[in-house]
Design a binder for this molecule. Sequence first.
Ligand code: BG6
Length: 573
Amino acid sequence: MCGIVGYVGNKDCTEVLIDGLSKLEYRGYDSAGISVLENGCIRTVKAQGKLKNLEDKISAGECFKGTCGIGHTRWATHGEPSDINAHPHGNAILSIVHNGIIENYMDIKESLKNDGYTFESQTDTEIAAKLLDYYYKGDPVEAIIHVLGEVRGSFALGIVFKDFEDTIFAVRKESPLIVGVGDGENFIASDVPAILKYTKKYYLLESDELAILKKDSVEFLDLHRNTIEKEIQVADWDMEAAEKCGYEHFMLKEIHEQPNAIKNTLSPRIKNGLPYLDGCGLDDETLKNFNNIFIVACGTAMHAGVVGKYVIEELVRIPVTVDIASEFRYRNPIITEKDLVIIISQSGETADTLAALKLAKKQGAKTLAVVNVVGSSIAREADMVIYTHAGLEISVASTKAYSVQVAVMYLLAFKLALINDKITEDACRNYTNQLFEIPSVISAYLEEKEQLQFIASKLVNADSLLFIGRGLDYAMSMEGSLKLKEISYIHSEAYPAGELKHGTISLITENMPVIAVATQKSLFEKTISNIKEVKARGANVILLSSCDSKTKPGMMLLIIELTFLVQMICLCH
Ligand code: BG6
């Protein structure tokens, strides 16, 4: 995922840009670059690979002094990772950095070619730069507005012009971009950590808004050049949240932050031992009258939604459909004003999820966002919001955000069940209490590092593995499998244990690792039968189970006894 930083002020801009980019490294990238305005010229340097390569190039002579510039870390989408494809793109007149995708770039490229433009990179960004050059006749705002009228897609742009040495222009459509406000200095960034060292104050740029930054001023315009007044935001994270604090990497830090994140999320939502969601706009009357619930999200957040489906359907007996946002928004879903659409997102900015939310609203459904980032686009667009309080999640591979999303799904299910008279107040209090025990259970597991390292050592050389489970165990397996793929690059698939026999079981080979999850008493024996099936074909099974039963087959690689979030469903029977 790409990162954008821009700086205008009195400091050495190169230093600030490199520092800001280093704070965005966690997003993953394959090349980086900066453009700095220096003595009436745009000076650009780019390098494939790590930021260090860019720094080496800069200290090897391509050094330049300036107080205004833009920087970028690129994750290749259009064209391979290379110096040429790295951002910024532009010419002697202007330079741009870009996040997102310009969908109609091929058409624009053809028409620019007819106008005599030539292209050196394979990127869609270069097309935006050349199109801007085409429209630029001395008025940057005019040119940017023209470009926005032609390009389609979701994107965020940071732009500098040679003729405007102390100014950064920024615009966005769907891809997130913030404008940081300092003392005698201002910033643009794709994410807050890039500027936290310098300021906690920032504006959220909206789609089709244009920001003009000088060191002492920030101006916002709409596409008709009208001035827009915006409300300043203050990040409630400190620098510590953006530092690893002794952990090897952010993901590990965030895994260890799960207990506190869950406590912080649940504490304000429990009153007299019962779920209390009034402050989120969810009064009992609103919550009582839905025919159907849809949960829409992407990636990890969608997996938290699958857990939500199982728990809500089990307790509340309302049909719940879980949708991947990028499918939902294009499949013409059947939703009405009698339905509740729950949107889950850590960032609150994921383009497909936001589009799905807008579609649901358009069709008249009530919308509830479960979001981590306060004031994010999804939080502002939804009718009701439950903020998760996971704190800043820097690792792209989500961990603590998933845990708090799951916790909120449970709490919401308890609340819905109570007000729809599906459970008694005593039962609800009992469930809520047990949910509140989860942070200490997680803390205990986090102490079991050696055991987890042992399991990892058994899996590290696998080419492929399967997660199997039923019901909630299957839901949790989906997230386990995604995490494994994302982090270790080992192929894995989560499969409903009972479905294996209908074809997929033929993939099991001698010594193939299979992680079987069996935490629900009611499904335990059924999953054990499936474990026997894969063992008969030579699989090395690692069993995660909270159920104490003599029916566990012998000769398993490892049995992990656990009581974890998913075990909560056992309470529901
Ligand atoms: C993906 C991340 O890009 O976006 C996932 O890798 C995340 O971890 C997904 O779950 C959705 O993001 P968000 O911010 O909408 O929860």
